[in-house]
Design a protein around this ligand. Structure first.
Ligand code: AMP
Length: 125
């Protein structure tokens, strides 16, 4: 079944400038901004600018240039946030939710980049 993309989701509105966000990083294909409800001292969302619903949709449908740009941008954001070891940080966690079982709330592919303090167990029951 093809992935349907709802362009009325919150991140699509941020990309169109209809909802404010303060970018911490932007590249040709990628945007990063703070999560509105941070779960750790550092909590940034990294999203592609293209209309992809989730990780698997992104990998199937995005161009190589978009995918390379996205994953390099995630690393760049970890450096800018000072959580990457290369920036003297103590590490970080990446989370991406895909679909109903993951409890994905916003149907636009995004990676949560969390750090600045210990992240705890991998998952909770
Ligand atoms: P997920 O459950 O993986 O889809 O996560 C969606 C995330 O988007 C949550 O952590 C929300 O706090 C965050 N979020 C929702 N609206 C906004 C917004 N306007 N700006 C920044 N983050 C948001």
């Amino acid at each position: 079944m093809p992935y349907a993309y709802d362009d009325q989701n919150i991140f699509a509105k941020i990309l169109r400038g209809e909802i404010p966000a303060k970018p911490v990083f932007e590249s040709e294909h990628t945007l990063a901004f703070p999560d509105i409800s941070p779960k750790k001292k550092a909590h940034v969302l990294v999203i592609p600018k293209g209309p992809y619903r989730c990780y698997d949709h992104f990998v199937q449908a995005a161009s190589d240039a978009e995918q390379l740009d996205f994953f390099k941008s995630v690393a760049k954001v970890a450096e800018l946030m000072g959580v990457a070891e290369s920036a003297g940080g103590e590490g970080f966690r990446l989370i991406t939710n895909s679909g109903a079982h993951s409890h994905q709330e916003v149907p636009h592919f995004h990676v949560h980049l969390l750090g600045g303090e210990p992240c705890g167990p991998l998952v909770c029951d």
